[in-house]
Design a protein around this ligand. Sequence first.
Ligand code: KG4
Ligand code: ZN
Length: 340
Amino acid sequence: MQNVHTILAIESSCDDTSCALLRNDRVLSNVVSSQVVHAKYGGVVPEFASRDHERRIVPVVIEALEEARCSIRDVTAVAVTRGPGLMGSLLVGLSFAKSLSLARNLPLIEVNHMQAHVLAHFIKSKDFDRVPAFPFLCLTVSGGHTQLLLVKSHLDIQVIGQTLDDAVGEAFDKAAKLLGLAYPGGPEIDKLARRGDPLRFSFSESQVPGYDYSFSGVKTSFLYFIRRELETNSSFIGMNLADICASYQRHLVRMLLSNARRAMKDLGLKVIALAGGVSANSLLREEMQFLCEQEGWDCFIPPFQYCTDNAAMIGIAGYYKAMAGEFTDLRLTPAARLPL
Ligand code: KG4
Ligand code: ZN
């Protein structure tokens, strides 16, 4: 008989404190507490983030256990994000997980946050148990990363393209800041874009060889465009906000999908998935679905609760690592940079 794993998973790599409980590949609870302290600074302040994780981690774990109707005695393993992420933030989750592992004599599993974003597609629930077939291409788009991944198995993932500078999430967030929108700006741009004209303005595109991306040129072209327009009309942003958002969003989405499309064709793949916080973007989801219908590809877009950072994805990655016997020990240290 197959072992039943009850995994308690912790995620604290950036500004979300999260704990989930999984029974094998099914989620029993997934509590995410998003920090609001950063909003007024227009970006995540690392020192505030780690202090806030420290305040939130115990209540979040208790809530996750209660919601899952589990006692700490039911837990058979602890999974935790080792990196990549903010050092101080990772340290809080990791110290908590190590203490729990030591106190309850539980096996410890380290998880790469980027691998977990991909493996979120393997979380099963009563209304969702379709999973991508290997090999597939995954476009992972978040606040810190933009990657095209060739996923050969749960634990064999190869980076075939990535951003050479900014992540696409940063391209959304920094533009939003310039427009005076609240942080994080991605969802704000998404909301405003719905009532704007996506063909009204155009922006420059950097040519990068292979399947890599570059967003710093687009960001700069956006900055110059706004400055130029403000010189002649100081109300330019207020008068054209929805059109600016729609045009800029369309530009970023087209950049993301053009490399993905080329990689799919070159590699002869038939299955494609989206992952990471920016996969919550409504235009990206729509365009991805449209592209897949046109090309006859099988398309996987994560449910909203598994797009942005959450511990359920750490739990599912922990489950596959536990199945492969990949455990770690108490010498585990966080890694701000951690390759896949
Ligand atoms: O994966 P994630 O939660 O955290 C990181 O690991 O970075 O991604 C956060 C990023 C932020 O840049 C946020 O603006 C972006 O995801 N984001 C969106 C949307 N929802 C979140 N970007 C565009 N449209 C959205 N609807
Ligand atoms: Zn993330």
